[in-house]
Design a protein around this ligand. Structure first.
Ligand code: FE
Ligand code: MN
Length: 324
């Protein structure tokens, strides 16, 4: 069982029970990168030439992402780590938490480099209703994890799954991907190329965070079939749909008028497209049935390579096992 209070024998890494968690840890370590190795000088020149609406979009994205990275870490530290027994899962979470700290620093570096009013940028998430609503949604599910939760009970296990769906599937798997798509769309117009390289690194990390979260949710449901009722499945689907609605409101504030090549409708179609992919990954039928308006995203980010990685890595570990 991956959930529960750790016993003394759970403090041994071997034998590894959840090979996927250990594989993801090793892949995450191999992906290690440092924001300050990416020079943003050219991007600063691009930024200075941008329209006010373009500058607003970049600044607004950073204003959401900067605190969001720290919120993910709170969700992991208070809502996931304490309830898992498997040391290989703890190894992965320790690396993910460093990555979220690193992303926070990466966005901090962008905020320092571009001529933005930092005090204003840091206050945006405290003052903008659409961002406050997104943060309240995450806080609601995390709140339950810190109030005398019994992880051995069905209710406690369901709360943990709800929290994972909210911050991992919705926040990291939908909201972040929507933001990455917008950030990378500047490269499509030959702007902010080095910033886009930084975002590529973040996407590489986030795709593993998503893979870990999905594997964890599916493992919990497989090991605790009594919690996977029809009502609970419907509730999970509704959490994803509510996440899409919150992102729609946010994207209207991100693009009050739209900029060259992209506007709120375009981003919201991408949000519905990516939400359907997340629903499918959780075992649901698609809900929105929208085409991907940003087909270029598939080639911009090496998502496909990452999907294939999992199989490749499994094969490698099989070889390793034969040697022992
Ligand atoms: Fe992150
Ligand atoms: Mn993440």
């Amino acid at each position: 069982m991956i959930l529960g209070k750790p016993l003394e024998e759970d403090m041994n890494l071997r034998p590894i029970h959840y090979q996927w968690a250990y594989d993801l840890y090793n892949q995450a370590v191999a992906n290690t990168w440092f924001p300050h190795e990416i020079a943003l000088g050219e991007d600063l020149e691009d930024f200075k030439k941008m329209s006010e609406d373009e500058k607003h979009a970049v600044s607004f994205l950073m204003s959401f992402f900067n605190p969001a990275e720290l919120i993910v870490n709170r969700s992991l530290a208070l809502g996931v780590y304490p309830y898992l027994k498997a040391p290989e899962a703890h190894l992965y979470l320790a690396k993910q938490m460093w990555e979220e700290a690193n992303h926070c620093q990466a966005f901090e570096y962008v905020l320092e480099t571009f001529p933005l009013d930092k005090d204003k940028a840091f206050n945006v998430h405290l003052e903008t209703p659409s961002i406050k609503a997104k943060e309240a949604f995450i806080a609601k599910y995390l709140g339950r994890m810190t109030e005398n939760l019994d992880i051995e009970s069905a209710a406690g296990k369901q709360d943990l799954v709800r929290n994972l769906v909210a911050f991992n599937i919705v926040m990291e798997g939908i909201w972040f991907y929507s933001g990455f798509m917008v950030a990378l769309s500047f490269r499509q117009k030959q702007q902010l190329k080095n910033f886009a390289s930084m975002v590529d690194w973040v996407v590489r990390d986030e795709s593993l965070h998503l893979k870990f979260g999905l594997n964890l949710i599916l493992t919990i449901l497989e090991e605790n079939p009594e919690i996977a009722t029809t009502e609970f499945a419907e509730e999970i689907k509704q959490i994803v749909i509510e996440g899409v609605q919150l992102e729609n409101a946010y994207n209207k504030d991100l693009f009050p008028r739209g900029i060259s090549g992209i506007n709120a409708d375009y981003v919201n179609q991408y949000v519905r497209y990516i939400a359907d992919r997340r629903l499918e990954e959780l075992g649901f039928e698609p809900h929105f049935h929208d085409a991907n308006p940003a087909q270029w995203m598939a080639t911009e980010t090496d998502t496909l390579e990452l999907v294939n990685f999992f199989e490749a890595q499994n094969t490698k570990y099989e070889v390793d096992n034969h040697a022992h």
